[in-house]
Design a binder for this molecule. Sequence first.
Ligand code: 5GP
Length: 184
Amino acid sequence: MPTIMRSIDEQGYHFEEWLTPERIAEDVQLVANQISSDYEHKEPLFIVVLNGAFIFAADLIRALKNVRCEVTFIRVSSYWGMSSTGQLEFIVPLQQVVDNRDVIIIEDIVDTGLTIHQLKAHLRGLGATSIRVASMLFKPGKLEYDDAKPDYVGHELTDEFVVGYGLDFDGFARNMDAIYKVKE
Ligand code: 5GP
């Protein structure tokens, strides 16, 4: 058990390694290849959803081939601990003009889809030409908003809570290089 997880483990949770760093790298490269072929002759604007997507985004954009692109960040909050409040709050608002841009939102995980659903509506209102979503993880069984289905997915999972590779457990464990499933 890595040191950073030990204190959390003592709270009565158990962590099971699910995706190794090597497997994650393969998933990220596949997503990057798809985006590279779809956007070869475009100049997409990547919008990275902080905080969780920062590690996936850093790996993904460096794995792209021949894609001239820009990268910007947004921070929203719709989660508290392990359950959703159903509210989306813009903590760091978008600072880039998206009018007439091909936008690709980079997310760590799409769960109910509320975050992406609301973000897409926001970006459409700002005049984006196209909006696609790249998410490292996707829980198809939990999706409540059809328009939030990600266009590019690293890996699917069922209704489980995962941490590591950018994903947190009450703020911690984002820096783990593998992805763990949390069991009570
Ligand atoms: P949604 O709006 O799709 O329901 O939730 C998206 C956000 O919820 C993600 O960006 C992430 O912050 C959080 N989230 C959803 N599922 C998980 C999970 O299994 N682990 C962690 N750490 N965060 C999650």
